[in-house]
Design a protein around this ligand. Structure first.
Ligand code: PFF
Length: 447
């Protein structure tokens, strides 16, 4: 497809909702509260906020800027800024594309389960208990069917393109997500036990600080802002030239962080409401029971104790999770689809089906070998690939890309940039601080 017929987000608002849609996902609604609860509550929250502001936000600006400059898929966009190496950019672009596909392959399985949990209470209501049980219990059949269903939803949206698919559905779904969230938080706050959870969340106990807490917080921030896999780069490439990138990135990061914070406001109190209702949430050693249990056992058990309001809440909560997952999964699929469209000259519909199909096969393989593959694929892609690819992006923007071209690109949406505080700090920051911080934190992970 010729570059002049590429899609574009129709408005800055549409872009913000789409990019925030990518960022807001299971990482916010599930990962962040679980990490917070397992890492001592408030202390994790404080370090996480610092990581978002100090590392993830500057990196978000970097990725969006490369994409918008290149006006193409991540492979071509990287080539346009990394001009002195023939193979560097294509190799890095392909690695990023693989990382996005790997994340999507395990993410679709999780999202499928959430669909099952959203439908099950309704089936129960109509007396179809056996079907409801099947949907919420682990089995190959259930995993495969629901993964297929979620993957088809993702393919359906991406097939339609940028403005008519991604932007349209993100603008429809994100407001629903915000409203559902607000209702759930208000409801949970009125329940007995909620205040204990709130205390654990908002009163930091810094005795929990440790290198692993910092590593987890950075990983969470990278995952949450969809960094280091080319997603934000490809979304940036659909951004109009008159958009102020630093400002827009700050808005996207703020929405993402606000939603993670709100998820904590909902889930930590909910855990203690569940505890108050007799549900086990800590093991004998006083540690939080495993993360999967939090969403798939603790919360449903809490909803069960709430009568008919519980059914509504359960459906609402899991629909919220599916929406969050869908606006993220479409952004992951967009990375390889955009590459295939531009680099292999494939038509969008074909590219979406072929690549969506390949990733679905990957999901099926993972689902059928769940015990050995699920954690492995998640760990390789999120713990190793995301920070390392992010590090490479920082080095490219900080050291390889011509500084004047970088300035010109950013100035298009922000004429006063050259004299701004942002421009005094950010280029040096991405050149020195981000690579060192990411590398140091990564080393702690490896060691
Ligand atoms: N940011 C998403 C979340 O928090 O769930 C996950 C994600 C989306 C990671 C898109 C990577 C990506 F490319």
């Amino acid at each position: 497809m010729a570059s002049n017929s590429r899609g574009h987000f129709s408005s800055r608002f549409g872009f913000i909702l789409a990019a925030a849609g990518s960022a807001v996902g299971l990482g916010n609604v599930w990962g962040f509260p679980t990490q917070t609860a397992s890492n001592g509550g408030g202390a994790f929250l404080v370090v996480y906020l610092a990581m978002v502001f100090l590392i993830a936000f500057p990196m978000l600006v970097a990725e969006l800027t490369i994409g918008r400059y290149g006006q193409s898929n991540p492979i071509a966009s990287l080539k346009s800024v990394w001009t002195n190496s023939r193979f560097g950019a294509p190799v890095l672009g392909v690695i990023a594309m693989i990382a996005a596909s790997m994340i999507l392959s395990f993410y679709s399985i999780l999202a499928g389960w959430l669909m099952g949990f959203a439908i099950a209470p309704l089936l129960e209501l109509f007396g179809l208990s056996a079907a409801a049980e099947w949907l919420i219990n682990f089995s190959n059949g259930r995993n495969l069917l629901l993964t297929l269903a979620f993957s088809l939803l993702t393919i359906f949206v991406v097939r339609k393109g940028v403005a008519n698919g991604i932007e349209k559905w993100s603008t429809r779904l994100m407001p629903v997500l915000f409203v559902l969230f607000a209702i759930m938080i208000v409801y949970i706050f009125t329940q007995p036990g909620a205040m204990d959870g709130l205390k654990m969340y908002l009163v930091p106990d810094f005795s929990h600080l440790s290198p692993s807490l910092v590593v987890n917080a950075m990983g969470q921030a990278f995952f949450s802002l969809s960094l280091g896999v080319g997603t934000m780069m490809v979304y940036g490439s659909y951004l109009k030239k008159d958009v102020n990138i630093p400002k827009t990135a700050a808005q996207v990061a703020s929405i993402d962080t606000a939603v993670a914070f709100a998820a904590g406001l909902m889930i930590l109190p909910a855990m203690f409401v569940a505890k108050h209702n007799g549900v086990e949430i800590f093991n004998d050693a006083g540690e939080l029971i495993s993360s999967g249990d939090l969403v798939f056992t603790v919360l449903p058990a809490m909803f069960d104790t709430m009568g008919s309001a519980g059914i509504l809440l359960a459906v609402g909560f899991f629909i919220l999770m599916v929406i969050a997952a869908l606006t993220s999964s479409i952004s992951m699929l967009e990375v390889p689809v955009a590459c295939a469209q531009d680099e292999l000259k494939m038509e969008r519909g074909t590219a979406t089906f072929v690549i969506g199909g390949i990733i679905l096969i990957l999901s099926v393989i993972i689902a059928l070998n769940f015990g050995s593959l699920f954690d492995l694929v998640a760990e390789i892609s999120t713990v190793y690939m995301q920070p390392l690819i992010g590090l490479a992006f920082a080095i490219i923007v900080g050291w390889v890309w011509n500084r004047n071209k970088l300035l010109q690109e950013l100035q298009q949406g922000c004429p006063e940039l050259a004299t701004s505080l942002f421009w005094k700090i950010w280029p040096w920051y991405v050149r020195i601080v981000c690579p060192i911080a990411i590398a140091a934190i990564f080393l702690v992970t490896v060691i």
